[in-house]
Design a binder for this molecule. Sequence first.
Ligand SMILES: *[C@@H]1O[C@H](CO)[C@@H](O)[C@H](O)[C@H]1NC(C)=O
Ligand SMILES: *[C@@H]1O[C@H](CO)[C@@H](O)[C@H](O)[C@H]1NC(C)=O
Ligand SMILES: *[C@@H]1O[C@H](CO)[C@@H](O)[C@H](O)[C@H]1NC(C)=O
Ligand SMILES: *[C@@H]1O[C@H](CO)[C@@H](O)[C@H](O)[C@H]1NC(C)=O
Ligand SMILES: *[C@@H]1O[C@H](CO)[C@@H](O)[C@H](O)[C@H]1NC(C)=O
Ligand SMILES: *[C@@H]1O[C@H](CO)[C@@H](O)[C@H](O)[C@H]1NC(C)=O
Ligand SMILES: *[C@@H]1O[C@H](CO)[C@@H](O)[C@H](O)[C@H]1NC(C)=O
Ligand SMILES: *[C@@H]1O[C@H](CO)[C@@H](O)[C@H](O)[C@H]1NC(C)=O
Ligand SMILES: *[C@@H]1O[C@H](CO)[C@@H](O)[C@H](O)[C@H]1NC(C)=O
Ligand SMILES: *[C@@H]1O[C@H](CO)[C@@H](O)[C@H](O)[C@H]1NC(C)=O
Length: 548
Amino acid sequence: MLSSTPFLRLITAALCLSSALAQSEFDWQKLTPSTQLDRKPCYTSFQGTLFQVRTPGPALLEIPVCADIEIRLPGPGNSGIDAIVGSGASFATIFGDQFDIVGFDPRGINYSTPLISFFKTNTDRQMLIPSTSTIGYPSLNASSDAVSEEWAKFQLLGKLAVAQDTGGFMQYMTTDNIARDILGITEAFGFEKLQYWGISWGSVLGATFATLFPDKVGRLIIDVIPASGVFDMEAYYTANLTAQMVDTDKTMQTFYDGCAAAGPDGCAFYAPSASEISANLEELTASILEQPIPVITAESFGIVDFDYLRNAILNALFSPYDSFVALAEGLAGLATGNATILYAQSDAPSFECNSSAPPFHENYLEAFMAITCGDALPVTDNVAQLRQFYENASRVSSFADLLSSTRAVCTGWTIHREGRFTGPVGAQNTSFPLLVVGNTLDPATPLVGAVKTAALFPGSGLLTQDSPGHTSLIAPSLCTYSYYRQYFVNGTLPPPGTVCAVNATLFPSSSANATGVKRDEVMRSPEEEKLLSAVREIQDARGVADIL
Ligand SMILES: *[C@@H]1O[C@H](CO)[C@@H](O)[C@H](O)[C@H]1NC(C)=O
Ligand SMILES: *[C@@H]1O[C@H](CO)[C@@H](O)[C@H](O)[C@H]1NC(C)=O
Ligand SMILES: *[C@@H]1O[C@H](CO)[C@@H](O)[C@H](O)[C@H]1NC(C)=O
Ligand SMILES: *[C@@H]1O[C@H](CO)[C@@H](O)[C@H](O)[C@H]1NC(C)=O
Ligand SMILES: *[C@@H]1O[C@H](CO)[C@@H](O)[C@H](O)[C@H]1NC(C)=O
Ligand SMILES: *[C@@H]1O[C@H](CO)[C@@H](O)[C@H](O)[C@H]1NC(C)=O
Ligand SMILES: *[C@@H]1O[C@H](CO)[C@@H](O)[C@H](O)[C@H]1NC(C)=O
Ligand SMILES: *[C@@H]1O[C@H](CO)[C@@H](O)[C@H](O)[C@H]1NC(C)=O
Ligand SMILES: *[C@@H]1O[C@H](CO)[C@@H](O)[C@H](O)[C@H]1NC(C)=O
Ligand SMILES: *[C@@H]1O[C@H](CO)[C@@H](O)[C@H](O)[C@H]1NC(C)=O
């Protein structure tokens, strides 16, 4: 199972099979819910079940589970791999084809029932949480009333959640219960122990699972690498991610350094030194704060303002290898007064009101809040305290204006279940050692968190990927994935101190250099090509916007 969570956009639903599930038409409601895994056909080449889970409390949940059974078949069955939709085949390429890849929608999300929402209609939702907005984190520094406006918005969302939660279900959407569901699914498959790869929030889930069920760990990777990270669990369970921001500015520095080194051909926002690039960006940001730029495209319209620019920059820090070149182009355009280039990079069709569409199909933010705020100790900050929190966090990172949103979202949340798991995370004796992965410069889950988490599970292995960004999926690393394979297939941990490089460059040169060789153009074996494209495919399926 692969599990991940975009930050304020939460929960990539059908975890490892998300792209397959999103792309094809399949009506889960046609399946009879079952407490067994009946392996009914789902989508074109999977088998699955609407898996029933009973929660102490009001709801009987139905959690869709889809498994990639075909890739388990040896020999001629291999030809079926190519036909499997979505990322199933790519996971098989990475981990070997002896595994079933299992995806499921966590409770409350997407095809699970009941679904949660804070709203009666999509139109109501659009007014507070525009689905087309690229601003995941409104800046608390955008204006003098930004903190109070954010606070008020989340007070309102907290009250709407209570008003819509008539079934009393949201209190059960916590990470500990999702860990219990995973155990249920594992056992329904007839396995005694779990084999799991969790990225970002999926790491919180994995570590929580290993804490609650240490004797059920078969293989468990918690992955902070290139696009996600292992949280400092205490920070997570207290809704205080201040300590998570220690490397954010250093990740930004890789943009300045990389751009200066790439030269004017490699980086559109080039200046002769990193400090000049940094100063130019600061000047540009100040000018956009002063004078935002309206944009109209074929798809939509919008305003590139301070919030927009700050979010574009932060988003790029999560996936630098995919984003830095484009960010530089967007910034260069902006510096000449052309905001279209930056805007077009995340352009999406405008929302269309559709009164016959199901009211709450989209619920990223709602699910994020129900899980992370529901997990955490209650946050009762008033405006002054939230402002103080932001000011304190600003001493840790210049991105605190954005990342403090992770605190703000919980200020109005009042749904907490007595007796839920709130840490501490850790277990002396898991039935198999964990593999904890961290990348050297993660904007939201610093390496120190991986080191700390590994220490909480004595005997676990620690693998460092030498790259900026969030989780090991941000850039392909043949080295990292070979250790994953060795761990899953043979149970071998990387030697202590292992550091893996990535097979990608931040600013690949667009033209051949003096020796006639492009920076990215290296000889690869067919096997390497296959692995790299599998990683690329999983990355694409998750989408660049997935944060945390
Ligand atoms: C839920 O499924 C729909 C397909 O009906 C998809 O468009 C949407 O993106 C999914 N939502 C999430 C959170 O994955
Ligand atoms: C949040 O965490 C930071 C750093 O870990 C700490 O200095 C600060 O006091 C904490 N704030 C609250 C409100 O707990
Ligand atoms: C807020 O933004 C202004 C203008 O860009 C900047 O000078 C200032 O340092 C920012 N404050 C914080 C705390 O980040
Ligand atoms: C902005 O740049 C794009 C891409 O180079 C170009 O197509 C467009 O015409 C420019 N817009 C303006 C207003 O200059
Ligand atoms: C509105 O939603 C319904 C139900 O989901 C769908 O069948 C219909 O195609 C949608 N109409 C438009 C214009 O998108
Ligand atoms: C902010 O920092 C001060 C001084 O370190 C500390 O006393 C206070 O509790 C912090 N407040 C918050 C809300 O984090
Ligand atoms: C750890 O687990 C193993 C296997 O289950 C067992 O043999 C051993 O005694 C346990 N050690 C401790 C300290 O509990
Ligand atoms: C697992 O171990 C066997 C025997 O040592 C070796 O041949 C094989 O290459 C290893 N597989 C992986 C994926 O490391
Ligand atoms: C991938 O990176 C590793 C470490 O830098 C290097 O040894 C290997 O040759 C690279 N492979 C490819 C195909 O680029
Ligand atoms: C040109 O690229 C090749 C291959 O990456 C590299 O070995 C060489 O150092 C580069 N030369 C220059 C002048 O950058």
